[in-house]
Design a protein around this ligand. Structure first.
Ligand SMILES: CC(C)(COP(=O)(O)OP(=O)(O)OC[C@H]1O[C@@H](n2cnc3c(N)ncnc32)[C@H](O)[C@@H]1OP(=O)(O)O)[C@@H](O)C(=O)NCCC(=O)NCCS
Length: 340
C-alpha cells in the first residue's frame, strides 16, 4: 500500500509543510522525500537556524523552500482567513500573534492552499497539534467530528485501532433542557465508520469489533452499554461493514473463543478493526501491541479532518516522519478513498 502511495505521489506533484523545520529528524526526512522525488518539502522556521541544523544533520537544504512566519509576504491575507475561520473567537491582532507559532502557521499554509499537506508533532504535543487542526481545518464534508486511528503492522498482519489519540471520551450532547440531541453511542459509531474507511484505504477488509470487558452482556456498566449501543447504531447506519459487539478482545481475535461466545458472528474471531471505549483503553492498547507485541505503529492518522494534516509522536524517528509524510500527502490525493 505504501509503495502504491509513493508511486502515485511521484506522478502527482505534491508539497508538504513541516512546522518543526529546525528539527534534525524533520530535515533528514524532508531531504529523503526530495531526493526520492516523492514530495516537495517546505520547512517552516528561520532560514539561518535551519541551515545550521541541516549542516549538523549532514543534509543540504539549500534547494528546499523555507518559510519564516515572521517574514511571510502573504501574512495579511492569512490573518484575514484565520479570523474568518475562527468566527469571532480571535481578533486580527490575536490571529497575527498566533500565526507566529509554527503549528498554527503550517496549518494555515494548508488552509490557504499554499501547500498540499502539513505534518507537525515532532516537538509539539498531540493536543497542541490537533487543537490547531480542529480550530482551523475543522471537519471535512460528511463528518461531524474528527477522530484518530493507528495502523499496527507485524509481518503480514495489519490491525486498525481507534480512537487512541484524540477523543478522550464520549458523552451525550444535551440541549438546554437536558434532552439528548446526540448520544455518545452515535458519536462512537461515527468514529468506527471513519476507522473502517481508513482501514479500507490501507488495503484491509475491515471487520469491526466494539471492544469491552464484556461479551454480549456478560458484564454490566455504562461502558458496556456504550459499546453495545454504538455497535447497534453502526450496524444500522453502515451495513456495508461487518461489525459486532460488545465483545472482549479474545472473542474478537480467537476463532474458537469467538464461536463459543458469539456463535454465528462473522466478526468474532476474525476482527481486524478495533473500537475502544475511550482514549485510555485505546492508547494503552496500541502501545502494548507496539512495545510488548513487536508491532510497528503507524499514526495517529487523523480522520474526518478538513485537510490532509497529521500528528507525529514526539518520540518519532526519521523513518516515521518519512512514512507519515507519504500517508498524509496521499490522504489528500486519495480523498475519495479516505472520504467518509
Ligand atoms: C484534541 C483536544 C486537544 C481538543 O480539546 P481542547 O483543547 O480542550 O479543545 P476544545 O474542546 O476547546 O476544542 C477546540 C476546538 O476543537 C473542536 N473539537 C474538539 N474536539 C473535536 C472533535 N473530536 N472533532 C471535531 N472538532 C472538535 C471544538 O469544537 C473547538 O472548536 P471551536 O474552537 O471552533 O469552538 C483534546 O481532545 C485532547 O487533548 N485530546 C487528547 C490528545 C492526547 O493527549 N492524545 C494522546 C497522545 S496520542
Amino acid at each position: 500500500m505504501l509503495e502504491n502511495f509513493m508511486e502515485i505521489l511521484r506522478k502527482n506533484h505534491r508539497s508538504i509543510a513541516f512546522a518543526e523545520g529546525t528539527d534534525p529528524r524533520i530535515i533528514q526526512a524532508a531531504c529523503r522525500l526530495r531526493d526520492e522525488g516523492i514530495l516537495t518539502p517546505v520547512l517552516i522556521g528561520n532560514r539561518q537556524i535551519i541551515d545550521g541544523a541541516a549542516v549538523r544533520a549532514g543534509c543540504d537544504v539549500r534547494d528546499i523552500e523555507v518559510i519564516d512566519p515572521h517574514k511571510y509576504e502573504h501574512i495579511d491575507v492569512m490573518v484575514k482567513v484565520m479570523v474568518k475561520a475562527r468566527n469571532g473567537k480571535l481578533t486580527e491582532e490575536q490571529a497575527r500573534a498566533t500565526l507566529m507559532q509554527p503549528h498554527y502557521f503550517g496549518t494555515m499554509l494548508l488552509k490557504t492552499g499554499m501547500v498540499d499537506a502539513h505534518l507537525c508533532g515532532a516537538v509539539y504535543t498531540t493536543a497542541d497539534t490537533v487543537r490547531a487542526a480542529l480550530q482551523l481545518l475543522k471537519t471535512s464534508p460528511g463528518n461531524s467530528m474528527v477522530s484518530s486511528c493507528f495502523i499496527l503492522i507485524r509481518e503480514d498482519d495489519m490491525k486498525c485501532f481507534a480512537d487512541c489519540g484524540l477523543n478522550i471520551s464520549y458523552e451525550d450532547t444535551l440541549d438546554k433542557k437536558g434532552n439528548v440531541i446526540r448520544s455518545a453511542s452515535d458519536k462512537l459509531a461515527e468514529v468506527a465508520h471513519q476507522t473502517a474507511i481508513t482501514a479500507k484505504a490501507f488495503g484491509m477488509d475491515p471487520k469491526v469489533a466494539f471492544l469491552s470487558y464484556s461479551t454480549k452482556g456478560s458484564g454490566h456498566g455504562p461502558e458496556v452499554d456504550l459499546m453495545r449501543d454504538a455497535c447497534y447504531l453502526f450496524k444500522k447506519k453502515y451495513p456495508e461493514f461487518p461489525a459486532d459487539g460488545e465483545m472482549q478482545y479474545d472473542c474478537a481475535v480467537v476463532p474458537e473463543v469467538g464461536q463459543r461466545k458469539m456463535p454465528g458472528s462473522i466478526v468474532a474471531g476474525h476482527a481486524n478493526t478495533f473500537i475502544f471505549p475511550d482514549i485510555s483503553a485505546g492508547n494503552i492498547g496500541y502501545k502494548l501491541f507496539q512495545y510488548a507485541g513487536g508491532y510497528y505503529a503507524l499514526g495517529p492518522i487523523l480522520q474526518g479532518l478538513g485537510g490532509p494534516m497529521n500528528d507525529l509522536s514526539r518520540g518519532c524517528n526519521v523513518e516515521e516522519v518519512y512514512l507519515m509524510s507519504i500517508i498524509t500527502a496521499a490522504m489528500g490525493i486519495f480523498a475519495d478513498r479516505f472520504k467518509v
